[in-house]
Ligand binder design. Structure first.
Ligand SMILES: N[C@@H](CCC(=O)N[C@@H](CSC=O)C(=O)NCC(=O)O)C(=O)O
Length: 298
């Protein structure tokens, strides 16, 4: 306890946000902020869409975790999510996908590890552990800054994401079910302990000696040990997604859902002919925001 009743190990973060840019959209604003991150040990940027009305009262918030190679911009600029978020009066929060500019040898060598590929885990390996703490950044530091500084209601918050970010959304939700009202994902890496992207990332950030430790960041494993709140997980994936078979492993997630009798609580929709791109995301993002609005505006 830190002396304040009910708060255990609560960390205080530096909370100075600098506005980088502001663009009006659908009567609200997309604002880019920069701040010093203690968890990541570098400057970070994120984008927020603040809908009309947020200048007067706090609004619900919906985090979007992006995939490999993305920054805080891909989702805001390419997903087409703003119109529906504006309609529901929901703020969108789009963080970056890794620490930036930290200069670790090898961090820029590949597109699926290091820069742009933080995988929403806290690294334990010596080389990476000071900076690669995207789990703590998204679960703890970023929210503490946002709820202190922006008109977003911390009691009405949900999460979704794409690919690596779909893995992030599912795992952050399943590990912190009381922090988020709902979860959904586009083409998530659903069983990273069982696919090449996951082996590379978890081997690098968490090491290869203790593969049990990998399971804490695997949505299929977390679903297997879930015995808490009623779920309503929505997943969309395209049948023409090049990564579906070898990397996403949604069959494993569905199998576990079935074996646990949770098949009614985990909906995986296979969308005919769609691929892994933002064209696919933009087609179904409205459905996902509607899904979250049910819980955020209940
Ligand atoms: N190497 C390619 C492919 C990278 C890619 O497809 N990235 C996806 C996420 S994949 C899983 O996390 C993505 O969202 N790309 C950004 C975009 O705006 O499309 C490449 O570098 O393009």
């Amino acid at each position: 306890m830190n002396g304040r009743r009910g708060i255990v190990n609560a960390k205080r973060y530096i909370m100075t946000l600098q506005e980088v840019s502001r663009n009006k959209a659908f009567n609200g604003y997309v604002v880019k902020y920069e701040h010093d991150s203690e968890e990541l040990g570098c400057k970070m940027k994120f984008n927020v869409f603040l809908p009309e009305g947020s200048e007067k009262t706090k609004v619900p918030g919906l985090y979007f975790l992006a995939g490999l190679t993305c920054s805080e911009d891909n989702f805001m600029q390419k997903s087409g999510a703003l119109e529906n978020a504006a309609k529901h009066g929901i703020a969108l929060i789009a963080p970056d996908t890794s620490p930036r500019g930290v200069k670790i040898e090898g961090d820029d060598e590949s597109w699926d590890f290091g820069t742009g590929a933080g995988f929403y885990v806290d690294a334990t390996q010596e080389k990476w552990k000071r900076h690669y703490r995207m789990y703590s950044y998204v679960v703890k530091e970023l929210p503490s800054i946002i709820y202190k500084s922006l008109p977003i209601d911390e009691n009405r918050v949900s999460i979704f994401g794409h690919s690596m970010g779909g893995h992030g959304a599912l795992t952050l939700f399943l590990k912190n079910p009381n922090q988020y009202k709902s979860v959904s994902a586009f083409s998530p890496i659903a069983n990273p302990t069982n696919c090449p992207w996951g082996h590379k990332a978890f081997g690098g950030y968490l090491g290869n000696d203790d593969k049990e430790a990998w399971k804490q960041y695997d949505a299929t494993e977390l679903l297997n040990s879930h015995n808490g709140k009623q779920l309503d997980i929505l997943v969309d994936v395209g049948t023409s997604d090049n990564f579906l078979k070898d990397q996403l492993k949604l069959d494993q997630l569905e199998q576990v859902a079935k074996s646990k009798g949770l098949q009614d609580q985990v909906t995986v929709r296979y969308q005919e002919g769609y691929d892994h791109s933002y064209y696919f995301i933009s087609t179904f993002v409205g459905d996902h925001i509607d899904h979250h609005a049910k819980y955020l505006k209940a």
